[in-house]
Design a protein around this ligand. Structure first.
Ligand code: CTP
Length: 398
């Protein structure tokens, strides 16, 4: 999910010498697109992998490399460049640069900036797997963690050198997510939140099924933002149009029955249950074991009712705080209020079906015991932030 949803920041982006430097170009593009300002500082080695001209064009600001650069008025670029930064992110961070950081070296502009910083420092290591696994690098890592430096990755996978292993720099979108998580206040720390998302699929025969148009985007946005806010998220998702976010626990299911059983298996210690999944209300009475042939002129499938997962959870003896979604046509609020009372959930999120399905934006109204709260049309991650902030307020009120 590409949306940062943090207010705009000033990021000092350090680039050191590694082939992963080419990914930094894309990272800058994404950051600038979201309204952040990016000040690039490169090491001399980095310029062998990507040009300052490229990064200058993408960031729209002059790039600095040399500690003796005269473009900063007071002649102290190591101070002048970093004082208004919200964070310094070094991506890629080479093994050599990590060693420098661990030992407090200040023999070029970027290492001096890092040593003189007054803001948090994040690094996205990138190196060959042998270099990463080398005890010297691991020693530096332990020291950097102890010093409070925040690591983004590295990841495991195929490397530019042809080897496969740990040491690959995170993808630009993953680094963006790391930054977003860093800047999100941890309002939900210590809370366990279960979220259902996506469209269930009720099988008719081994290759066919009944499903619906839910994309999974709203449920995934809630899972992502709840995670950024520090919650331990259990995501139970069925068929979706987009990949699920990385959260504490993920369970992929297919049918409403699978979803029901998986929810019940993990519900016991949850503080909150948010049912976003578009669960099929009905399933075929029997699933044909063999593929149905088109021999008959017509075909009748008898459907029987599925369990209502949200209503079942809400009626547990000691239920978590339950949030339901009501996708409705007009009159929206009337239908959603009826559904809230029928399912006995404290908070219902009403949304117009046509406004939300498959789109990145949504328009919702929150309905609880205290009244109705309309939220203006926004990206689903922003809507998620509103819902979770409202929920946090209700949890605090007990
Ligand atoms: N829900 C659920 N299990 C079901 C059906 C719905 O957990 N078997 C949850 C959804 O995740 C959503 C809420 O209940 O949070 C409302 O779902 P919706 O399908 O709109 O409500 P229904 O009760 O099925 O009403 P109807 O289809 O008649 O509008």
């Amino acid at each position: 999910m590409e949306h940062l949803h943090a207010s705009t920041k000033h990021i000092l982006l350090g680039v050191t010498g590694g082939i992963a430097a080419y990914k930094t170009a894309e990272l800058i593009r994404l950051l600038v697109k979201q309204g952040h300002t990016v000040q690039v500082v490169m090491t001399e080695a980095a310029t062998h992998f990507i040009t300052a001209t490229t990064l200058q064009a993408l960031s729209g600001r002059p790039v600095f490399i040399d500690a003796w650069d005269q473009r900063i008025d007071n002649g102290m670029p190591h101070i002048g460049l970093s004082r208004d930064a919200d964070v310094i992110l070094v991506a890629p961070a080479s093994a050599d640069f990590m060693a420098k950081l661990a030992h407090g070296f200040a023999n070029d502009l970027l290492s001096t900036l890092c040593l003189a910083r007054t803001c948090p420092l994040m690094i996205a290591p990138a190196m060959n797997k042998q270099m990463w696994e080398n005890p010297a690098t691991q020693r530096q890592c332990a020291q950097l963690i102890a010093d409070g430096i925040i690591f983004l990755g590295p990841d495991a996978g195929e490397q530019a050198c042809g080897e496969v292993g740990q040491g690959r720099m995170l993808e630009p979108l993953e680094m963006l997510e790391g930054l977003a998580a860093h800047f999100t206040p941890k309002l939900l720390a210590g809370k366990k939140i279960m979220i259902t998302a996506g469209a269930t699929m009720e099988m008719i025969d081994p290759v066919r099924g009944l499903t619906n148009l839910s994309s999974g985007k709203m449920g995934f946005a809630l899972a992502l933002v709840a995670s950024r806010m520090g919650a331990e998220v259990t995501l139970i998702y069925s068929h979706t149009q987009v990949p699920p976010p990385v959260v504490s626990q993920r369970h992929h299911v297919r049918t409403a029955d699978d979803m029901y059983h998986t929810v019940m298996q993990h519900i016991a210690d949850q503080d909150v249950f948010i049912a976003v999944a578009a669960v099929a209300d009905y399933k075929p009475n029997t699933i044909q074991p063999q593929k149905i042939k088109k021999s008959e002129a017509s075909l009748t499938i008898k459907l029987i009712k599925n369990k209502d997962i949200l209503a079942e959870v809400a009626s547990l003896p000691n239920p978590p705080y339950c949030v339901g979604f009501a996708a409705e046509t007009e009159p929206l609020i009337v239908h959603a209020t009826q559904k809230r009372l029928a399912k006995r959930v404290p908070l219902m999120v009403a949304n117009q079906v046509d406004a939300a399905m498959g789109h990145d934006h949504n328009t919702v109204t929150l309905i609880d015991d205290n009244g109705e709260y309309a939220i203006a049309t926004a990206h689903k991650t922003t809507i998620a932030q509103h819902i979770l902030t409202h929920l946090k307020m209700r949890l605090d009120q007990g």
